[in-house]
Design a protein around this ligand. Structure first.
Ligand code: FES
Length: 154
């Protein structure tokens, strides 16, 4: 099946089995390996991407479900993602780093919908993303810092 994916602003027409998880299309066919495989069953968030602006677990969506849709991965860019990248860097958030692309995409989705999230609002969205190194406190601080950075620019 030919599937059209608009990933980070670039159109990719790929041939793939319709049931292939979107994650494998992104990683193995298109070659964007920043999005990670963790559990494969929607439990860890390592594979998080935005699909038409919605936070999804790409391990659990058949690639056919993304046909014609817009996808943002960690290799892409958006206003909130860039403020978050800066805050992540300033706060030395990652430890092993494996989950961090998923964390950044989830945080982007949060800031896309909630301008200045409270700790509870951060927990509500970010609790779906597991970090085995336990960087949760730094992640929370970095999300607040990204809001501060954004407000300084605006
Ligand atoms: Fe998709 Fe864990 S790899 S949620």
């Amino acid at each position: 099946m030919i599937i059209n994916l608009l990933i980070n602003g670039k159109l990719h027409a790929i041939e793939a089995p319709e049931e292939m998880p979107l994650l494998w299309a992104i990683r193995d066919i298109i070659g964007l390996t920043g999005t990670k495989f963790g559990c494969g069953v929607s439990q860890c968030g390592a594979c998080s991407v935005l699909l038409d602006g919605q936070l999804i677990k790409s391990c659990s969506l058949p690639v056919s479900g993304a046909d014609g849709k817009e996808i943002l991965t960690i290799e892409g860019s958006s206003e909130n993602l860039e403020f978050l990248r800066q805050a992540w860097s300033d706060g030395n958030v990652p430890q092993c780093g494996y989950c961090q692309s998923g964390q950044l995409i989830a945080a982007t989705s949060l800031l896309d919908t909630t301008e200045n999230p409270t700790d509870n609002e951060i927990d509500a969205v970010m609790s779906a993303n597991i970090c085995r190194c336990g960087t949760y406190t730094r992640i929370k601080k970095a999300i607040h810092k990204a809001v501060t950075l954004k407000n300084e620019v605006i």
